[in-house]
Write a protein that binds this ligand. Structure first.
Ligand code: ADP
Length: 440
C-alpha cells in the first residue's frame, strides 16, 4: 500500500488489522500490530512524507508476519527512532535502518501455532480478499478502537479480580498451613515432654530395681551365710547320734534322726547354692585367668561324674576336646560343666549324655547333649530363672534347688561368654557354653 495523506493513517491501521486477522493472529495481536503500524504511519505522515507499506508472511521454522514501511524520512533512522517511543513493545522485533531508497522500518510478530497453514493458494485467497477491502471512515476506525479499548480494559479488570481472588486463596492457605504447623509443633512439644518424663521415670525405676536386686543379693548372702553354721551343726549332731560309738537309739528314733540328717543335708545344699549365686550376682566372683588345659579338665570331669552315671541304659561320653587349651578360670569353668552334666544325667533315662568342645569362629563351644526328657520351648528361658523347675519333670536322682542354671549362666557371663539351650520334649536337650578362645 502507498501512504500519502493523514487519512491514510486510518486506512493503514485497518489494513494492518485485516492482514493480521487473515493470517490467523488472535484478536489482541491484531490490535497490537495495527496499533504499531498506525504509530509508524503517524510519525511518517506528521513529517510530511509519503511511504510504501509491505506485508510479508515469513514461513520459516517460526512463521511470522513482517511489515516494512519504506519512506524518505528527513534525518533518517537516527531522527526517526526516538519518535517511535513504545512501538517496540507491541511487536516481537522492530528495526529502523537507512536503506538506499530511504528509511526502512521493519517489524515482525510471530503467528500462533493454531494459525492455519499459509499455502500458496491461501495466500492468493488473502490477497484477493484484501484487494476488495473497502476502507472505512476515520469515524468507523475510532469506533473500532474504542471497542478494542473497552475489551482491553475489561480484560485488565478481570485479570486484576483473578489476582485478588488468588491472593485471598493464598492467604487462606497460608493461614491453614500456619495453624497446622502450630498444632503439630505443639503436639510434638507435648509428646517430647511426655517422652522426657517417661525416661526420667524409667531411670528412676531401673535405679530402684538395681537397688532392690542388690538388697536381695546382700540378704541372700547374709542369710545363707548365717544358716550354714547351724545347719552344719545339725548334720554333725545327727551323725553323732547315729554313730555306732554313741548310745544306741531305738528303731523309730534312728529313723527320725536319719530323716533329720537328710533334711539338713538338703538344706545345706540349698544354702550353699544360694550363697554361690548371691556371690556371683553381687559381682564378688573375680575369675582367676590362666591357660586351662581342656584335656586335663575333661579327664577330671570324666572321673568325678562317671560314678553318678550309674544307669547301664545311659552311655556317658566325654569326648576329646578338639581345642587343647584356652584362657579361662578352671574352677569356674569346671563348675559350669559339672552343673550341666549333673542335670543331663538327672533327666536322662536312656540313651546318652555327651560332653564335647570345639572351635567355632573366634570362640570355643562346649556342648552338653543328652537324650533325656527335654524341655518345652516356652520354658527355654524360664529354666534360667531362680528356683524355676519344669513342672512334673521328674529327676532320676535328687530333688534339686532350681538354682543351678541361673548360677551357671552367671558364671559363664563372668567368663565373658553365653549359655543357651536347644531342647525338644521327649528327644533331649543340648546346653551350649560359648566362650571367647582368647582374651582381648
Ligand atoms: P535343678 O536342676 O536344681 O532343679 P536347674 O536350675 O539346674 O535346677 O534346672 C532347672 C530346671 O530345668 C530343672 O528343674 C529341670 O526341670 C530343667 N532342666 C535342666 N536341665 C535339664 C535337662 N538336661 N533335661 C531336662 N530338663 C532340664
Amino acid at each position: 500500500m502507498r501512504m500519502r495523506v493523514e487519512q491514510d493513517v486510518f486506512v493503514v491501521r485497518q489494513l494492518g488489522r485485516e492482514v493480521a486477522r487473515a493470517v490467523g493472529m488472535e484478536q489482541q495481536d491484531q490490535t497490537r500490530l495495527a496499533t504499531a503500524l498506525s504509530e509508524v504511519a503517524r510519525v511518517v505522515v506528521a513529517a510530511g512524507q509519503a511511504a510504501d507499506v509491505v506485508f510479508e508472511a515469513e514461513l520459516d521454522r517460526v512463521p511470522r508476519l513482517r511489515v516494512t514501511v519504506l519512506n524518505p524520512f528527513p534525518g533518517g533512522a537516527a531522527e526517526m527512532t526516538p519518535q517511535l517511543g513504545q512501538v517496540g513493545r507491541l511487536v516481537d522485533t522492530l528495526e529502523v535502518g537507512d536503506g538506499e531508497t530511504g528509511t526502512v522500518v521493519s517489524m515482525a510478530r510471530r503467528l500462533p501455532a493454531s494459525a492455519p497453514r499459509l499455502t500458496p493458494e491461501r495466500m492468493d485467497e488473502i490477497r484477493a480478499g484484501l484487494a476488495q477491502h473497502v476502507p472505512g471512515t476515520p469515524f468507523d476506525e475510532l469506533s473500532v478502537q474504542n471497542q478494542q479499548l473497552i475489551a482491553a480494559l475489561d480484560e485488565v479488570r478481570a485479570q486484576r479480580d483473578d489476582l485478588a481472588r488468588l491472593n485471598a486463596e493464598l492467604e487462606e492457605t497460608n493461614r491453614g498451613v500456619m495453624a497446622l504447623y502450630n498444632q503439630l509443633s505443639q503436639e510434638l512439644e507435648e509428646t517430647n515432654r511426655g517422652v522426657v518424663a517417661l525416661y526420667a521415670e524409667l531411670d528412676e525405676k531401673s535405679e530402684q530395681l538395681r537397688m532392690a536386686s542388690e538388697a536381695k543379693s546382700r540378704f541372700l548372702a547374709n542369710v545363707s551365710h548365717e544358716l550354714r553354721a547351724p545347719v552344719t551343726a545339725v548334720i554333725g549332731l545327727a551323725r553323732l547320734l547315729n554313730d555306732p560309738a554313741s548310745e544306741p537309739l531305738a528303731g523309730e528314733q534312728r529313723r527320725q534322726v536319719e530323716l533329720i540328717s537328710s533334711s539338713a543335708g538338703d538344706l545345706l545344699t540349698l544354702v550353699n547354692d544360694l550363697l554361690d549365686l548371691a556371690k556371683a550376682e553381687a559381682g564378688r566372683i573375680e575369675p582367676e585367668w590362666a591357660e586351662v588345659d581342656l584335656r586335663a579338665l575333661f579327664g577330671q570331669l570324666r572321673g568325678t561324674l562317671r560314678p553318678l552315671a550309674t544307669r547301664p541304659e545311659v552311655e556317658f561320653v566325654v569326648e576329646e576336646p578338639t581345642v587343647p587349651s584356652m584362657p579361662s578360670d578352671e574352677v569356674l569353668l569346671a563348675r559350669v560343666l559339672r552343673n550341666l552334666l549333673t542335670n543331663a544325667i538327672k533327666f536322662t533315662v536312656e540313651g546318652s549324655v555327651r560332653l564335647a568342645a570345639r572351635a567355632v569362629d573366634d570362640d570355643v563351644e562346649f556342648t552338653v547333649a543328652d537324650t533325656g526328657t527335654g524341655i518345652p520351648p516356652e520354658l527355654h528361658e524360664r529354666i534360667f530363672e531362680e528356683f524355676y523347675q519344669v513342672p512334673r519333670s521328674r529327676a532320676i536322682t535328687g530333688k534339686g534347688t532350681g538354682l543351678g542354671l541361673p548360677y551357671a549362666r552367671r558364671l559363664v557371663g563372668i567368663l565373658g561368654g553365653g549359655l543357651r539351650v536347644e531342647s525338644e520334649v521327649g528327644r533331649g536337650s543340648t546346653f551350649t557354653v560359648r566362650l571367647p578362645a582368647s582374651r582381648s
